[in-house]
Design a protein around this ligand. Structure first.
Ligand code: ADP
Ligand code: MG
Length: 255
């Protein structure tokens, strides 16, 4: 049995919004872990963020959807400052996929996907289930709708988590090391799904250690170190022509 099957249904067409990060500074207490980060993610493009552990990659994603409030700076979603959007509204518009899937263990795959549209968007149950079926098919899990998380592989659980995020019809999707907790043979199925999404018009910011994915899928690669953007450019610029010693050293360690 193949565990890396591509999604059974073609990925939908999406209309992602642009994301503009302006001079963002984030602190834990007195310690600034993100300093004046600026980044442009045009609508419908994919930006991959790479960098050593502790460089602020997760903190940046958390700053984008205000899981952590910025100390200064701003984030524009489709041209609108997120600081003026209620955090709940923001969670609706920005989907997030983590290393750990955080599915409800007592709910089926279908229920896990249908839950947010019902609870957050007040969508009628029948409509939410139809929507959930559509997104489970999109991630290649139409046949697994009635399975509970424990009866799914890690890769399948992560695809349910992606379907759950998509069911909110987000304008941007953030991925934080979405494949880092998976057994190696399950990684490809999730990366293939993410690549499909990237080509479908979704706007994506992807923190990843999968350099091959970044090279192949990203429109822009951003290298972070010590809470700063050290370099940003096309995959060719970043991987074939690094401009700083820090990036060269990092690449020599991970490639
Ligand atoms: N809740 C927290 N409280 C204090 N410091 C934190 C917290 N979360 C992260 N940090 C610190 O912020 C820095 C950046 O962390 P993080 O964004 O998780 O890095 P990365 O995702 O690149 O590994 C690290 O020095 C980390 O120790
Ligand atoms: Mg992290």
């Amino acid at each position: 049995m193949s565990t890396t099957a591509a999604p059974a249904a073609p990925v939908e067409t999406y209309h992602g919004a642009s994301l503009e990060i302006r001079d963002l500074t984030l602190a834990f207490g007195d310690i600034e872990v993100l300093r004046n980060v600026s980044l442009s993610v045009p609508a419908g493009t994919t930006t991959c963020i790479i960098g050593p552990s502790g460089s602020g990659k997760s903190t940046l994603l958390r700053g984008i959807n205000r899981l952590h409030e910025p100390k200064s700076g701003d984030v524009l979603l489709g041209g609108q400052s997120v600081l003026g959007v209620k955090p709940d509204g923001l969670r609706r518009r920005i989907g997030m996929v983590f290393q750990h899937f955080n599915l409800f263990p007592d709910h089926t795959a279908l229920e896990n996907v249908a839950l947010a549209p019902t609870n957050v968007k007040r969508m009628p149950r029948a409509q939410a289930r139809t929507l959930a079926h559509k997104h489970l098919a999109e991630v290649g899990l139409a046949e697994r709708a009635d399975h509970r998380p424990r009866d799914l592989s890690g890769g399948q659980q992560q695809r349910v988590a992606i379907a759950r995020a998509l069911a909110m019809e987000p304008e941007v999707m953030l991925f934080d090391e979405a494949t880092s907790a998976l057994d190696p043979e399950l990684v490809k199925g999730v990366l293939d799904l993410m690549a499909g999404l990237s080509h479908s018009g979704m706007t994506m910011v992807v923190v990843t250690h999968e350099m091959h994915f970044a090279r192949k899928v990203a429109d822009q690669v951003v290298f972070m170190d010590e809470g700063k953007v050290v370099e940003a450019g096309t995959p060719q610029q970043i991987f074939d022509n690094p401009g700083s010693d820090r990036l060269r050293r990092f690449l020599s360690e991970v490639l």
